[in-house]
Design a protein around this ligand. Structure first.
Ligand SMILES: Cc1ncc(C[n+]2csc(CCOP(=O)(O)OP(=O)(O)O)c2C)c(N)n1
Ligand SMILES: [Mg+2]
Length: 324
């Protein structure tokens, strides 16, 4: 698609994608070394969706993501050191080390929640969109979920209400072709998930999720529509996770040829070529590679800071437990 963004904006998008990639590669390394524990879902290969979409939101807009949520938190502006501290169970983490990867919340930057409940974030985003209308505010709520979410009741109920009440909700479906180890064709007969939205009267379109600008264009239209009070929009972003469903998944359910096809469509490498063509790396391309270097350096510093944070004291085990 035609590039209409300023060179500095293009570089900034690339920097954000690199920050997420470097962060998740560091997380993978720390996980292999036992410094981070628990079930971990990485979105390496899907960075174009979170960055392209969240770029079109305002700082006050609210993001609700799922179990593969590091990218969305970082794209919304979460601090990598605090996020890493959370994953490593440190008291300095976003949720005092009690939440971990699937329960991140960084409300200071409008990243409201990750959740381990597939599609559980969609009714929450719906509620935020409703609160925006009731409270006479102009904020937009965005929900990010996978293709697997389309088979849940909460997804359908939320789409119906969002449409019926014209709520300012943007629904971003990251269709990566699999729900856990099950390919899309084995969990629904519907090929284009936009069909689900259309039956509820929601404008919907499918985009190349590995094209950060295409995602931004589609989501930007949805955000504008929501802001004008014209109700929800559904964007299906076609993408692929280059890692297994979880760290340690041997991923025997997919062919290597499929993986290498998608590696060739890596959203970061593709976009770096667009940035280079725009001349934003300088005349002789001198700044090519700087975004990656800076991201890796920032993540290294964040990891040092995060791992220096204290673990919770055993005596504090019931702290934040509100049962009678
Ligand atoms: C309500 C619910 N049902 C089942 C699960 C188990 N589960 C965890 S991830 C997952 C698949 C999700 O697939 P998708 O929504 O496509 O997201 P992706 O993992 O591809 O990012 C399932 C079924 C769950 N966590 N929550
Ligand atoms: Mg999926």
């Amino acid at each position: 698609m035609a590039v209409t963004r300023q060179p500095a904006e293009l570089v900034s998008l690339l920097e954000r994608m690199w920050l997420i990639r470097a962060f998740e590669e560091k997380v993978s390394e720390l996980y292999a070394r036992g410094r981070i524990r628990g079930l971990l879902h990485l979105g390496i290969g899907q960075e174009g969706v979170a960055v392209g979409a969240i770029d079109r939101l305002a700082p006050d807009d609210l993001v609700f993501a799922g179990h593969r949520a590091h990218a969305h938190a970082l794209a919304k502006g979460a601090d990598p050191a605090k996020l890493l501290a959370e994953l490593a169970g440190r008291t300095t983490g976003y949720c005092a080390g009690r939440g971990g990867s699937m329960h991140i919340s960084a409300p200071d930057v409008g990243f409201m929640t990750a959740t381990g409940v597939v599609a559980g974030n969609i009714p929450l985003a719906l509620g935020a969109a409703y609160a925006s209308v009731v409270g006479n505010r102009s904020l937009v709520a965005a929900a990010f979920f996978g293709d697997g979410a389309g088979q849940t009741g909460g997804f359908h109920e939320s789409l119906n209400i969002a449409s019926l009440w014209g709520l300012p909700l943007v629904l971003v479906c990251e269709n990566n072709g699999y729900a856990e180890f099950t390919p899309l064709s084995a969990h629904t007969k519907i090929e284009r998930l936009t069909e689900y939205a259309k039956v509820y009267g929601i404008p919907a379109l499918t985009v190349d999720g590995n094209d950060v600008l295409a995602v931004g264009q589609a989501v930007g239209e949805g955000v504008d529509r929501a802001r004008r009070g014209e109700g929800p929009t559904f964007v299906e972003a076609l993408t692929y996770r280059l890692r297994g469903h979880y760290e340690g998944d041997p991923a025997k359910y997919r062919e290597l040829a499929e993986l290498s096809d998608w590696k060739a469509r890596d959203p970061i490498a593709r976009f770096a070529a667009v940035v280079a063509d725009s001349g934003a790396f300088g005349e002789d391309g001198a700044n090519d590679g700087v975004a990656e270097q800076q991201a890796r350096a920032r993540v290294d510093t964040a990891a040092d800071e995060a791992l220096a944070g204290p673990l919770p004291e055993p005596a504090d085990i019931t702290r934040y437990v509100y049962a009678d």
